[in-house]
Design a protein around this ligand. Structure first.
Ligand code: MN
Length: 316
């Protein structure tokens, strides 16, 4: 997916060090129009919070009936300094990138694209697509030491599953309940889908990780707080377990990681550690350098929006 806002704001994450303690902080998604009638719930970044571990961007789309239209249509666009994580609950997405990969993704599979120094991709519903589209796309910020790595793309067709008394857990990234995802990451983080059958379940957490939770479908109650679709519950650090109760079958996404601890610049589809990196990436995309070409996509690449006026600089 791409950030298709016409005037994307610069997001600079220079958040103060986290308190080493649990919190319960609920924030609501911002509805963002991606064009072509597609609306998404953007749960990160938010003014109050830019990162959870290295997770720095969360868009939740659907469930949407795309039987009458062409569905997802995101033309070629560039990324630097991040990994994209695509996770579907329903539907199919066809990915094409400048490394020459063409990959169809189905529910319960992981597409992990590592931008590193630079990659471009396009994502669309295939011509004969299922009627419904539902999923998330997340970005993981690369730490400064890994920001210049070569681009890569991995499709992981099946992921480890853990079972508890009340839930079936798919480990998408990192480790949970002794199950480890094969996804390669560059900081200590985790992401898992918790499919609750209804009832309660308890999961072990790492006290040195911060965690956040979103509802993909249904809802869950954590320490008296009800998490619904369109909200993010930030859990803070210092927890060794957490319990969730669901009155109906629900699917939640648990995201966690070591607090990122590095200032980040995020603008359009770029994540970087300086304003200059963002400006150079924008110029290189506009002047057709660095990122390469995508074959087989029927449509023009996205133009980079204008940079916000003034110099990009950290706030504070
Ligand atoms: Mn993208």
């Amino acid at each position: 997916m791409s950030n298709l806002e016409r005037s994307p704001q610069l997001t600079i994450s220079e958040e103060p060090p986290r308190l080493q303690q649990p919190v319960l902080e609920v924030t609501s998604a911002r509805e963002v129009d991606l064009g072509e009638g597609t609306r998404v719930r953007r749960l990160l970044p938010k003014r109050q919070r830019s990162t959870i571990g290295a997770w720095c961007f969360v868009d939740h789309f659907g469930p949407e009936d795309v039987s009458a239209g062409r569905g997802m249509f995101v033309p070629p666009h560039p990324h630097i300094g991040l990994q994209t994580v695509t996770w579907l609950l329903e539907g199919e997405v066809l990915h094409r990138d400048t490394l020459g990969n063409t990959q169809l993704i189905h529910p319960d599979q992981l597409n992990l694209m590592t931008a590193g120094i630079g990659i471009a991709h396009a994502e669309e519903s295939p011509p004969d697509h299922p009627p419904m589209m539902h999923g998330v796309q997340l970005w993981v910020a690369l730490p400064k030491r890994s920001s210049s790595i070569a681009p890569a793309f991995d499709h992981i067709p099946s992921l480890p599953i853990a079972e508890t008394a009340g839930a079936r857990i798919t480990v998408i990234v990192g480790e949970l309940l002794g199950e480890r995802s094969p996804a390669i990451t560059y900081s200590d983080l985790m992401g898992a889908e918790i499919e609750l059958r209804g009832g309660s379940t308890q999961l072990p957490l790492r006290a040195d990780f911060e965690y956040g939770l979103i509802a993909l479908s249904g809802e869950g109650t954590i320490e008296g707080v009800t998490l619904r679709v369109g909200t993010l519950l930030y859990l803070g650090l210092g927890r060794e377990t957490f319990s969730v109760n669901a009155s109906e079958p629900s699917r939640l996404l648990l995201l966690g990681g070591e607090p990122f601890g590095e200032p980040l610049f995020m603008w359009w589809n770029f994540v970087a550690h300086s304003a200059e990196e963002i400006e150079r990436a924008r110029t290189d995309w506009q002047e057709h350098r660095r990122f390469g070409d995508i074959t087989g996509f029927d449509g023009a690449p996205l133009e980079a929006p204008p940079l916000p006026p003034g110099r990009l600089k950290p706030r504070g």
